[in-house]
Design a protein around this ligand. Structure first.
Ligand code: CP
Length: 310
């Protein structure tokens, strides 16, 4: 990275907008923040006096909580709005909601929405920095970054790795951010899933579309499985979960095709016995909980960097 690098983004809307230098800088910043969460007193004054609003229109455990934990560890004031208790239930549009929130002068709005592009729309109407916490099937940039941080911690690099991503690629914003991120950093992403759940055109993003699970997983450095996004399937695209588990689930036998030190990853929530067997989810190669720990550090870095740019 060039000396004198300056993080150039006021918003974090997708990994498609980040350069390899941006990604490296975010991960280095996250590395430096990670030790704060291991201290007896987990609080620094970095964002004291800043107001951060979590606007989550879809359920979330990890992302919402870790953004809130990240903000509180940096002494920001945080507020959560959920759709069931907001005036969107009375017919208020997203843009009107955004304008009203903006009138209260928040510094950062973190949004999750089922509509792909909602954070980009919000960014046009508010003065605050906007961070995408997952928009429809489009992108989940903080997840892609925490996944890269976890791989870098364990493999020491982000280039020249084989990353296998298996499952419901079509509806997965995690897959799209992962493909963008890992290929940008010089690794090879191999995807596999039911043909009804693998969209056309992934090769243009740099992914290798495999035609069998063994081909996807063989000699992989990372095996990442995805949750089936039932909420984004209007018509059933799978015969049954039992068949899905048999043909697309990661078992110990399938995992044995990957490199012996391959990492097992999942963004959560895991459907045990469907996307992966419980013995894979809990095996010594699994870094699923490391991903969650790194999620706090990455989100601290994002809050810090967008504030530095405001
Ligand atoms: N990985 C992820 O986005 O999890 P949540 O839906 O619990 O936030």
């Amino acid at each position: 990275m060039a000396t004198g690098y300056f993080f150039p983004h006021r918003h974090v809307l997708g990994i498609d907008q980040l350069s390899p230098d941006d990604i490296t800088h975010i991960l280095n910043t996250a590395d430096s923040f990670k030790e704060i969460s291991a201290r007896p007193i987990k609080k620094v004054p970095t964002l004291r006096g800043h107001t951060i609003i979590n606007l989550f229109f879809e359920p979330s455990t990890r992302t919402r909580l870790s953004f809130e934990v990240a903000a509180k560890r940096m002494s920001a004031d945080t507020f959560n709005i959920s759709p069931s208790t907001s005036s969107t239930t009375k017919g208020e549009t997203l843009i009107d909601t955004a304008r009203n929130i903006s009138a209260m002068h928040p510094d950062i709005i973190i949004i999750r929405h089922s509509f792909s592009g909602a954070p980009h729309l919000l960014a046009k109407y508010v003065n605050a920095s906007v961070i995408n916490a997952g928009d429809g099937a489009h992108e989940h940039p903080s997840q892609g970054l925490l996944d890269m941080m976890t791989v870098k911690e364990h493999k020491g690099r982000l280039h020249d790795l084989k990353v296998a991503i298996v499952g419901d690629i079509m509806h997965s914003r995690v897959a799209h951010s992962g493909i963008e991120g890992f290929t940008k950093m010089g690794s090879s992403v191999h995807v596999y899933g039911p043909s009804t759940l693998v969209p056309k055109g992934l090769e243009q993003l740099g992914a290798v579309v495999e035609s069998s699970l063994p081909d996807a997983v063989r000699d992989a450095d990372v095996v990442m499985t995805l949750r089936i996004q039932k909420e984004r399937q209007n018509d059933p695209l799978l015969p049954s979960f039992r068949e899905y588990a048999r043909h697309f689930g990661i078992s110990k036998k399938i995992l044995a095709l990957a490199k012996p030190d391959a990492l097992v990853m999942h963004p959560g929530p895991v459907n045990r016995g469907i996307e992966m067997s419980p013995d894979v989810a809990d095996c010594s190669q699994s870094v699923i909980l490391n991903q969650v720990t790194n999620g706090v550090a990455v989100r601290m870095a994002l809050l810090y960097l967008v504030m530095g740019n405001s």
